[in-house]
Design a protein around this ligand. Structure first.
Ligand code: DAH
Length: 347
């Protein structure tokens, strides 16, 4: 009989070797310790044994049951640990795997140009000031000596927003030039003034390779009691060299602006044909990047600066134009389309 108990325990041990989950463990438990198990049958039959045998066999049965239970319990612990190890393994991170390269952003080409322009003028002693993109007709045109019938004031060219209630002749508009900042600064400050202002301007232009309904300008203004056209020439010449390199050729071309007298347009040598003439420079050999001149006394009068005592120069350059030239880009629209393939190359 005792041998049989030993065998039963052996059978449990063998069955437990392969059990590695709760389901298998429960099956083993019910087949060795369940109601229909051999052990339970033997327990049920205890009553039929003789009074001599009963305590001995009963004790053996209990010991065997306890032994089986403790073996199963022990395996249950092992299975728990196994489950835990499996989870750890499944969720473990391979620290030797190469990581994902993070995408690093960059500055938009226009921002790069803008920062470069700011750096150049800061080293020349200019302050940087902000202007408003929404302006009124007075600051965008009248104070800049632009007569009421000037074509630029036409609704075909300028985006008007609404009439100001208290003054129906003075309409709100999206500024068409950063020259408005000249007026704002001179209205509130007496010379010496030496500022640049960078910002967005708007014109009612149909987009094409050289036009956009919005674009960026840098406005410069220097007013003092002895400022001359030669100063303007030196400043812009230095700017062109710093922006485009030592061997850049530039020129002033006589022009007309209502707010400067004399006025000029500022050209640099065509980077493509080097002056021979090509389609980019329309056979002229030169590319225009902005306008400049000496502040017209009428502008000084409008802002309350003594035009007998002070002189000043001003300039306005196209930042988009400069960016196209610097990066040899064929079309202004590429700057505003946010095509990542393009941006990745220049940012
Ligand atoms: N505001 C002019 C334009 O948008 C550019 C310009 C010309 C600005 C002459 C100036 C200047 O300050 O003096 O076409």
């Amino acid at each position: 009989m005792e041998k049989h108990f030993e065998e039963l325990i052996q059978q449990v041990k063998i069955a437990l070797i392969d059990a590695d989950n709760d389901h298998q463990l429960n099956n083993i438990k019910s087949s060795f310790l369940g109601k229909k198990s051999e052990l339970m049958n033997m327990m049920k039959k205890l009553g039929s044994l003789s009074a001599d045998e009963r305590p001995r066999v009963g004790k053996q049965l209990n010991l065997t049951k306890q032994k089986m239970e403790s073996l199963i319990q022990q395996r249950a612990h092992e299975i728990e640990k196994l489950k835990y190890d499996r989870t750890i393994q499944a969720e473990s991170i391979d620290l030797t795997m190469p990581g994902l390269q993070p995408q690093i952003g960059g500055l938009h080409p226009l921002t790069q140009t803008q920062r470069k322009i700011e750096d150049i003028f800061i080293t020349l002693g200019f302050d940087i000031v902000e202007g408003n993109e929404i302006e009124d007709e007075y600051h965008n045109f009248d104070a800049l000596n632009t007569p009421p019938n000037h074509p630029a004031r036409n609704e075909m060219d300028t985006f008007y927003i609404k009439r100001l209630q208290d003054d129906s002749n003075n309409r709100l508009l999206l500024r068409s030039q950063t020259s408005t900042v000249q007026v704002r600064i001179m209205e509130n400050n007496q010379p010496p003034i030496k500022i640049i202002s960078i910002g967005r301007c708007y014109r009612n232009d149909k987009p094409d390779r050289s036009h956009s309904p919005f674009f960026h300008q840098v406005e410069g203004l220097c007013v003092n009691d002895n400022t001359t056209f030669a100063d303007l020439r030196d400043i812009l010449s230095y700017f062109a060299t710093m922006m485009f390199g030592n061997d850049i050729e530039w020129r002033f071309r006589p022009h007309f602006f209502p707010f400067t007298e004399p006025s000029a347009e500022f050209d640099i040598r065509c980077f493509s044909c080097k002056g021979a003439g090509c389609s980019i420079c329309k056979q002229s050999g030169w590319l225009e990047i902005g306008g400049a001149g000496m502040v017209d006394p009428n502008v000084f009068d409008a802002v309350g600066i003594d035009s007998e005592r002070f002189t000043g120069y001003a300039f306005g350059l196209g930042i988009d134009r400069i960016t196209l030239l610097k990066y040899r880009l064929p079309d202004i629209r590429i700057l505003f389309e946010n095509d990542v393939r393009f941006l990745k190359q220049l940012c």
